[in-house]
Write a protein that binds this ligand. Structure first.
Ligand code: FES
Length: 139
């Protein structure tokens, strides 16, 4: 049902976490399932130098956000703007139709982070979804 790539990214997600004082933050919730993804980007010289994510989401959402952040890193803002939901699903070797909306919220959150970076739609809450106790101790 799930590709080996999905299982790999779910089992060993890349780029989990948040970026303190990120240049752009995008947050998207899925009204159907109630899941949430937040993407943080660091931009340098108009390129996405780093991308991190946090999610309260299903396995497909974790895999989608993991793949999406891998795809976004190193790209110019203009290139990253072109990453679609379908691109993420394709890079994962496909998702079951019932799970396509999970890749949608990942790509939409990146577009939100880019809009936030460009000052077009300031994300209301730039705080991480969650801070681990170790993160809190650094404050
Ligand atoms: S079921 Fe909600 S994001 Fe996948």
């Amino acid at each position: 049902m799930y590709s080996d790539i999905v299982i790999d990214h779910f089992s060993n997600p890349r780029n989990v976490g948040f970026i303190e004082d990120a240049d752009g933050v995008g947050e998207v919730g899925n009204p159907v399932c109630g899941d949430l993804i937040k993407i943080f980007i660091r931009v340098n010289n108009s390129h996405i130098e780093d991308a991190r994510f946090q999610t309260f989401g299903c396995g497909a959402a974790v895999a989608s956000a993991s793949m999406l952040t891998e795809m976004a890193k190193g790209r110019s803002i203009e290139e990253a703007r072109l990453i679609t939901n379908q691109d993420v699903a394709d890079a994962l070797g496909g998702l079951p139709p019932a799970k396509m909306h999970c890749s949608n919220i990942a790509a939409d959150a990146l577009q939100g982070a880019i809009a936030d970076y460009e000052g077009n739609s300031k994300t209301a809450n730039r705080e991480p979804l969650i801070r681990k106790p170790a993160d809190k101790r650094k404050e």
